[in-house]
Write a new protein. Structure first.
Length: 363
Protein backbone atom coordinates (compact mmCIF):
# COMPACT_ATOMS: atom_id res chain seq x y z
CA UNK A 1 0.00 0.00 0.00
CA UNK A 2 1.16 3.62 -0.39
CA UNK A 3 3.06 5.04 2.54
CA UNK A 4 0.72 6.13 5.30
CA UNK A 5 1.47 9.03 7.64
CA UNK A 6 -0.54 7.30 10.31
CA UNK A 7 1.78 4.32 10.32
CA UNK A 8 4.64 4.48 12.80
CA UNK A 9 6.28 1.25 11.72
CA UNK A 10 7.99 1.34 8.32
CA UNK A 11 8.04 -2.44 8.23
CA UNK A 12 4.22 -2.41 8.00
CA UNK A 13 4.30 -0.27 4.86
CA UNK A 14 4.59 -1.22 1.22
CA UNK A 15 5.45 1.87 -0.81
CA UNK A 16 4.25 1.89 -4.44
CA UNK A 17 3.91 4.66 -6.98
CA UNK A 18 0.58 5.90 -8.33
CA UNK A 19 0.63 3.72 -11.46
CA UNK A 20 1.35 0.59 -9.43
CA UNK A 21 -1.37 1.63 -7.00
CA UNK A 22 -3.93 1.83 -9.81
CA UNK A 23 -2.75 -1.48 -11.28
CA UNK A 24 -3.18 -3.26 -7.94
CA UNK A 25 -6.62 -1.72 -7.47
CA UNK A 26 -7.58 -2.74 -11.01
CA UNK A 27 -6.59 -6.34 -10.37
CA UNK A 28 -8.62 -6.45 -7.16
CA UNK A 29 -11.63 -4.97 -9.00
CA UNK A 30 -11.30 -7.61 -11.72
CA UNK A 31 -10.76 -10.54 -9.34
CA UNK A 32 -13.81 -9.72 -7.22
CA UNK A 33 -16.00 -8.41 -10.07
CA UNK A 34 -16.37 -5.12 -8.20
CA UNK A 35 -17.25 -3.02 -11.26
CA UNK A 36 -20.84 -4.20 -10.90
CA UNK A 37 -21.11 -2.60 -7.44
CA UNK A 38 -20.25 0.99 -8.37
CA UNK A 39 -18.02 1.48 -5.31
CA UNK A 40 -14.74 0.21 -6.76
CA UNK A 41 -13.28 3.75 -6.83
CA UNK A 42 -13.18 3.74 -3.03
CA UNK A 43 -10.10 1.49 -3.27
CA UNK A 44 -8.11 4.51 -4.45
CA UNK A 45 -9.23 6.55 -1.46
CA UNK A 46 -8.11 4.08 1.22
CA UNK A 47 -4.63 2.82 1.99
CA UNK A 48 -4.90 -0.09 4.41
CA UNK A 49 -5.69 -3.73 3.70
CA UNK A 50 -8.45 -3.75 6.30
CA UNK A 51 -10.17 -0.86 4.53
CA UNK A 52 -9.84 -2.63 1.20
CA UNK A 53 -11.27 -5.83 2.70
CA UNK A 54 -14.29 -3.88 3.95
CA UNK A 55 -14.83 -2.31 0.52
CA UNK A 56 -14.56 -5.67 -1.23
CA UNK A 57 -17.01 -7.24 1.22
CA UNK A 58 -19.48 -4.37 0.71
CA UNK A 59 -19.16 -4.64 -3.08
CA UNK A 60 -20.00 -8.34 -2.89
CA UNK A 61 -23.06 -7.57 -0.76
CA UNK A 62 -24.27 -5.01 -3.31
CA UNK A 63 -23.60 -6.94 -6.51
CA UNK A 64 -21.68 -9.94 -7.82
CA UNK A 65 -20.12 -12.65 -5.66
CA UNK A 66 -18.40 -14.21 -8.68
CA UNK A 67 -14.62 -14.50 -9.02
CA UNK A 68 -12.44 -13.81 -12.06
CA UNK A 69 -9.08 -15.53 -12.29
CA UNK A 70 -6.62 -15.22 -15.16
CA UNK A 71 -4.56 -17.63 -17.18
CA UNK A 72 -0.78 -17.39 -16.95
CA UNK A 73 -0.51 -15.16 -20.03
CA UNK A 74 2.44 -17.08 -21.44
CA UNK A 75 1.37 -16.36 -25.01
CA UNK A 76 0.43 -12.72 -24.56
CA UNK A 77 -2.26 -11.00 -22.53
CA UNK A 78 -3.66 -13.18 -19.72
CA UNK A 79 -7.19 -14.42 -20.35
CA UNK A 80 -9.84 -13.51 -17.76
CA UNK A 81 -11.98 -16.46 -16.64
CA UNK A 82 -15.09 -15.69 -14.60
CA UNK A 83 -16.50 -18.31 -12.24
CA UNK A 84 -19.81 -18.54 -10.46
CA UNK A 85 -19.32 -18.40 -6.70
CA UNK A 86 -21.91 -21.14 -6.23
CA UNK A 87 -19.92 -23.43 -8.54
CA UNK A 88 -16.73 -22.77 -6.61
CA UNK A 89 -18.48 -23.34 -3.28
CA UNK A 90 -20.04 -26.60 -4.54
CA UNK A 91 -16.71 -27.86 -5.83
CA UNK A 92 -14.96 -27.02 -2.56
CA UNK A 93 -17.64 -28.84 -0.58
CA UNK A 94 -17.27 -31.90 -2.80
CA UNK A 95 -13.49 -31.84 -2.36
CA UNK A 96 -13.91 -31.50 1.40
CA UNK A 97 -16.19 -34.56 1.47
CA UNK A 98 -13.76 -36.49 -0.74
CA UNK A 99 -10.79 -35.71 1.49
CA UNK A 100 -12.72 -36.62 4.63
CA UNK A 101 -13.65 -39.95 3.03
CA UNK A 102 -10.02 -40.67 2.19
CA UNK A 103 -8.34 -39.33 5.33
CA UNK A 104 -8.98 -40.06 8.99
CA UNK A 105 -8.14 -36.50 10.00
CA UNK A 106 -7.01 -33.13 8.66
CA UNK A 107 -5.38 -30.88 11.26
CA UNK A 108 -3.54 -28.36 9.08
CA UNK A 109 -3.25 -27.32 5.47
CA UNK A 110 0.21 -26.74 3.94
CA UNK A 111 -0.29 -24.57 0.83
CA UNK A 112 2.49 -24.49 -1.76
CA UNK A 113 0.38 -22.71 -4.38
CA UNK A 114 -0.66 -19.03 -4.74
CA UNK A 115 -4.22 -18.29 -3.65
CA UNK A 116 -5.08 -16.18 -6.73
CA UNK A 117 -4.72 -19.25 -8.98
CA UNK A 118 -8.01 -21.14 -9.45
CA UNK A 119 -6.49 -24.27 -7.89
CA UNK A 120 -5.01 -22.24 -5.04
CA UNK A 121 -8.31 -20.44 -4.45
CA UNK A 122 -10.29 -23.67 -4.22
CA UNK A 123 -7.79 -25.60 -2.10
CA UNK A 124 -6.02 -23.00 0.04
CA UNK A 125 -8.85 -20.50 0.66
CA UNK A 126 -12.27 -22.14 0.36
CA UNK A 127 -11.34 -25.67 1.43
CA UNK A 128 -9.70 -24.77 4.78
CA UNK A 129 -12.74 -22.64 5.63
CA UNK A 130 -14.95 -25.69 5.17
CA UNK A 131 -12.56 -28.00 7.02
CA UNK A 132 -12.01 -25.31 9.70
CA UNK A 133 -8.24 -25.82 9.83
CA UNK A 134 -5.28 -23.38 9.86
CA UNK A 135 -3.14 -22.76 6.76
CA UNK A 136 0.65 -22.54 6.43
CA UNK A 137 1.71 -20.63 3.30
CA UNK A 138 4.70 -19.46 1.31
CA UNK A 139 8.27 -20.17 2.37
CA UNK A 140 7.16 -21.70 5.68
CA UNK A 141 5.07 -24.22 3.74
CA UNK A 142 7.97 -25.20 1.44
CA UNK A 143 10.32 -25.41 4.41
CA UNK A 144 7.86 -27.63 6.27
CA UNK A 145 7.60 -29.95 3.28
CA UNK A 146 11.25 -30.22 2.29
CA UNK A 147 12.75 -30.34 5.81
CA UNK A 148 10.78 -33.40 6.82
CA UNK A 149 8.63 -31.45 9.28
CA UNK A 150 5.24 -32.70 8.10
CA UNK A 151 2.96 -33.87 10.89
CA UNK A 152 0.14 -36.35 11.18
CA UNK A 153 -3.02 -34.86 9.72
CA UNK A 154 -1.31 -32.41 7.34
CA UNK A 155 -2.98 -31.78 3.97
CA UNK A 156 -0.34 -30.63 1.44
CA UNK A 157 -1.63 -28.58 -1.50
CA UNK A 158 1.13 -29.00 -4.04
CA UNK A 159 2.01 -29.09 -7.71
CA UNK A 160 4.08 -31.61 -9.73
CA UNK A 161 7.51 -29.97 -9.48
CA UNK A 162 7.25 -29.37 -5.73
CA UNK A 163 6.09 -32.91 -5.00
CA UNK A 164 8.78 -34.36 -7.24
CA UNK A 165 11.40 -32.43 -5.28
CA UNK A 166 9.87 -33.55 -1.97
CA UNK A 167 9.91 -37.13 -3.19
CA UNK A 168 13.69 -36.85 -3.62
CA UNK A 169 14.34 -35.17 -0.26
CA UNK A 170 12.03 -37.01 2.12
CA UNK A 171 12.84 -40.36 3.70
CA UNK A 172 9.50 -40.83 5.46
CA UNK A 173 6.02 -39.31 5.55
CA UNK A 174 4.02 -39.44 8.81
CA UNK A 175 0.72 -41.28 8.89
CA UNK A 176 -2.49 -39.57 7.74
CA UNK A 177 -0.72 -37.05 5.49
CA UNK A 178 -2.62 -36.32 2.28
CA UNK A 179 -1.28 -34.63 -0.85
CA UNK A 180 -3.11 -32.94 -3.70
CA UNK A 181 -1.53 -31.91 -6.99
CA UNK A 182 -2.71 -29.93 -10.00
CA UNK A 183 -1.60 -27.29 -12.55
CA UNK A 184 -0.04 -29.96 -14.77
CA UNK A 185 0.44 -33.72 -15.15
CA UNK A 186 2.17 -35.24 -12.14
CA UNK A 187 4.68 -37.99 -13.04
CA UNK A 188 3.49 -41.43 -12.02
CA UNK A 189 6.84 -42.08 -10.33
CA UNK A 190 6.29 -39.03 -8.12
CA UNK A 191 2.84 -40.18 -7.00
CA UNK A 192 3.96 -43.77 -6.46
CA UNK A 193 7.06 -42.53 -4.63
CA UNK A 194 4.93 -40.52 -2.18
CA UNK A 195 2.79 -43.57 -1.50
CA UNK A 196 5.95 -45.62 -0.92
CA UNK A 197 7.13 -43.04 1.63
CA UNK A 198 3.90 -43.37 3.60
CA UNK A 199 1.45 -40.84 2.11
CA UNK A 200 -2.14 -41.61 3.07
CA UNK A 201 -3.56 -40.40 -0.26
CA UNK A 202 -2.30 -38.48 -3.28
CA UNK A 203 -5.23 -36.80 -5.05
CA UNK A 204 -4.55 -35.59 -8.60
CA UNK A 205 -6.89 -32.84 -9.78
CA UNK A 206 -7.35 -32.20 -13.47
CA UNK A 207 -8.76 -28.84 -14.58
CA UNK A 208 -7.94 -25.42 -16.00
CA UNK A 209 -8.33 -21.71 -15.29
CA UNK A 210 -11.32 -21.67 -17.64
CA UNK A 211 -13.18 -24.61 -16.08
CA UNK A 212 -11.90 -24.99 -12.49
CA UNK A 213 -11.78 -28.67 -11.51
CA UNK A 214 -12.87 -31.26 -14.07
CA UNK A 215 -11.83 -34.58 -12.58
CA UNK A 216 -9.79 -36.36 -9.92
CA UNK A 217 -8.03 -39.65 -9.31
CA UNK A 218 -6.19 -41.34 -6.46
CA UNK A 219 -3.73 -43.39 -8.50
CA UNK A 220 -1.83 -42.79 -11.76
CA UNK A 221 -2.94 -46.27 -12.80
CA UNK A 222 -6.60 -45.22 -12.81
CA UNK A 223 -8.55 -42.85 -15.07
CA UNK A 224 -9.85 -39.52 -13.80
CA UNK A 225 -13.41 -39.35 -12.46
CA UNK A 226 -15.57 -36.41 -13.58
CA UNK A 227 -16.57 -34.01 -10.82
CA UNK A 228 -20.35 -33.82 -10.19
CA UNK A 229 -20.69 -30.46 -11.97
CA UNK A 230 -19.86 -31.89 -15.38
CA UNK A 231 -21.39 -34.08 -18.05
CA UNK A 232 -19.64 -35.33 -21.16
CA UNK A 233 -21.06 -33.39 -24.12
CA UNK A 234 -18.75 -34.73 -26.80
CA UNK A 235 -15.19 -36.00 -27.09
CA UNK A 236 -13.91 -32.41 -26.91
CA UNK A 237 -16.60 -30.64 -24.85
CA UNK A 238 -18.08 -30.71 -21.36
CA UNK A 239 -21.51 -29.52 -20.31
CA UNK A 240 -22.07 -27.62 -17.07
CA UNK A 241 -25.15 -29.45 -15.78
CA UNK A 242 -26.55 -26.51 -13.84
CA UNK A 243 -25.90 -23.70 -16.33
CA UNK A 244 -26.41 -25.91 -19.42
CA UNK A 245 -23.29 -24.26 -20.81
CA UNK A 246 -20.76 -26.12 -22.99
CA UNK A 247 -17.01 -25.75 -22.41
CA UNK A 248 -14.18 -26.62 -24.79
CA UNK A 249 -11.70 -29.01 -23.21
CA UNK A 250 -8.13 -27.71 -22.94
CA UNK A 251 -6.69 -31.16 -23.67
CA UNK A 252 -7.31 -34.22 -25.74
CA UNK A 253 -9.09 -36.81 -23.57
CA UNK A 254 -9.44 -40.54 -23.97
CA UNK A 255 -12.89 -41.40 -22.60
CA UNK A 256 -13.19 -44.76 -20.84
CA UNK A 257 -16.84 -44.12 -20.04
CA UNK A 258 -19.14 -41.09 -19.88
CA UNK A 259 -17.65 -40.28 -16.46
CA UNK A 260 -14.02 -41.48 -16.63
CA UNK A 261 -11.12 -40.42 -18.81
CA UNK A 262 -7.36 -40.11 -19.19
CA UNK A 263 -5.52 -37.11 -20.59
CA UNK A 264 -3.71 -37.65 -23.88
CA UNK A 265 -2.09 -34.21 -24.23
CA UNK A 266 -2.78 -30.51 -24.47
CA UNK A 267 -4.69 -29.37 -27.50
CA UNK A 268 -2.71 -26.12 -27.57
CA UNK A 269 0.65 -27.98 -27.27
CA UNK A 270 1.52 -26.22 -24.02
CA UNK A 271 3.82 -27.73 -21.41
CA UNK A 272 3.97 -26.89 -17.73
CA UNK A 273 7.19 -25.36 -16.37
CA UNK A 274 7.14 -24.76 -12.61
CA UNK A 275 3.35 -24.59 -12.69
CA UNK A 276 3.16 -22.18 -15.66
CA UNK A 277 1.94 -23.22 -19.10
CA UNK A 278 4.36 -22.26 -21.87
CA UNK A 279 3.90 -22.77 -25.59
CA UNK A 280 6.80 -24.37 -27.41
CA UNK A 281 5.77 -23.34 -30.92
CA UNK A 282 5.67 -19.68 -29.89
CA UNK A 283 9.10 -19.91 -28.27
CA UNK A 284 10.53 -21.63 -31.34
CA UNK A 285 9.12 -18.91 -33.60
CA UNK A 286 10.63 -16.22 -31.39
CA UNK A 287 14.07 -17.82 -31.48
CA UNK A 288 13.82 -18.21 -35.26
CA UNK A 289 13.07 -14.48 -35.56
CA UNK A 290 16.60 -13.75 -34.35
CA UNK A 291 18.59 -12.47 -37.37
CA UNK A 292 21.32 -15.05 -36.81
CA UNK A 293 19.08 -18.13 -36.44
CA UNK A 294 18.07 -20.43 -39.29
CA UNK A 295 15.95 -22.93 -37.33
CA UNK A 296 15.14 -23.86 -33.73
CA UNK A 297 13.52 -26.63 -31.73
CA UNK A 298 12.41 -26.33 -28.10
CA UNK A 299 11.46 -29.04 -25.65
CA UNK A 300 10.92 -29.43 -21.96
CA UNK A 301 13.91 -31.00 -20.24
CA UNK A 302 13.68 -34.61 -19.17
CA UNK A 303 13.67 -35.24 -15.41
CA UNK A 304 17.37 -36.22 -15.40
CA UNK A 305 18.31 -33.05 -17.30
CA UNK A 306 16.98 -30.61 -14.71
CA UNK A 307 14.15 -28.08 -14.80
CA UNK A 308 13.05 -25.72 -17.54
CA UNK A 309 13.32 -25.82 -21.31
CA UNK A 310 16.11 -26.69 -23.72
CA UNK A 311 16.63 -25.42 -27.26
CA UNK A 312 18.46 -26.72 -30.30
CA UNK A 313 19.53 -23.92 -32.63
CA UNK A 314 20.85 -23.93 -36.19
CA UNK A 315 22.69 -20.70 -37.02
CA UNK A 316 22.63 -19.01 -40.38
CA UNK A 317 25.69 -19.55 -42.52
CA UNK A 318 28.46 -17.13 -41.71
CA UNK A 319 27.07 -16.02 -38.33
CA UNK A 320 29.80 -17.02 -35.89
CA UNK A 321 29.04 -14.39 -33.25
CA UNK A 322 25.94 -16.02 -31.83
CA UNK A 323 26.53 -17.69 -28.46
CA UNK A 324 24.27 -19.15 -25.81
CA UNK A 325 24.82 -16.07 -23.64
CA UNK A 326 24.09 -13.56 -26.40
CA UNK A 327 21.00 -15.49 -27.52
CA UNK A 328 19.60 -15.65 -23.98
CA UNK A 329 20.23 -11.95 -23.56
CA UNK A 330 18.33 -11.25 -26.79
CA UNK A 331 15.49 -13.57 -25.74
CA UNK A 332 15.15 -11.74 -22.42
CA UNK A 333 13.76 -8.81 -24.43
CA UNK A 334 11.18 -10.96 -26.23
CA UNK A 335 10.11 -13.72 -23.84
CA UNK A 336 9.12 -14.21 -20.21
CA UNK A 337 11.86 -15.53 -17.94
CA UNK A 338 10.04 -18.87 -17.61
CA UNK A 339 10.01 -19.20 -21.42
CA UNK A 340 13.76 -18.72 -21.96
CA UNK A 341 15.52 -22.09 -22.42
CA UNK A 342 17.99 -22.80 -19.64
CA UNK A 343 20.22 -24.76 -22.01
CA UNK A 344 20.95 -24.13 -25.70
CA UNK A 345 22.65 -26.58 -28.07
CA UNK A 346 23.99 -25.56 -31.48
CA UNK A 347 24.28 -27.74 -34.57
CA UNK A 348 24.05 -27.92 -38.34
CA UNK A 349 20.52 -29.36 -38.46
CA UNK A 350 17.59 -29.99 -36.14
CA UNK A 351 17.83 -33.63 -34.92
CA UNK A 352 15.43 -36.01 -36.71
CA UNK A 353 14.74 -39.74 -36.71
CA UNK A 354 14.87 -42.17 -39.63
CA UNK A 355 11.42 -41.02 -40.75
CA UNK A 356 12.45 -37.37 -40.86
CA UNK A 357 10.45 -36.40 -37.78
CA UNK A 358 12.03 -34.23 -35.09
CA UNK A 359 13.43 -36.18 -32.20
CA UNK A 360 14.78 -35.37 -28.76
CA UNK A 361 18.45 -34.64 -28.19
CA UNK A 362 20.84 -35.07 -25.29
CA UNK A 363 22.47 -32.13 -23.55
Amino acid sequence: MPQSKASSDAFHEVVVDSLEWMAIAGRVVQFFNMEESGIEDYLLRKNTLSDWADIVAKAREIASEDITVTTSGSTGEPKACQHSWSNLADESQFLSDLIKQQSAQVNQLVALVPSHHIYGLLFSVLLPEILDVPVVRGFKAFQKLTSGSLQQGDLVIGFPEALTQANKLLSHIPSEVTFTTSSGPCPAETVNGLYALGASKVIEIYGSSETAGIGYRLSPNNPFQLLPRWKKDSASKLLDKKAKQPYELPDGLNWHSDETFTVSGRVDKAVSVKGTNVYLSRIEATIESHPGVEAAAVRKKKPDEGEGLKAYVVMKSGDDDLTETSLKQWLSEHLLDIEIPTHVSFGSAIPTNSMGKRRDWTL
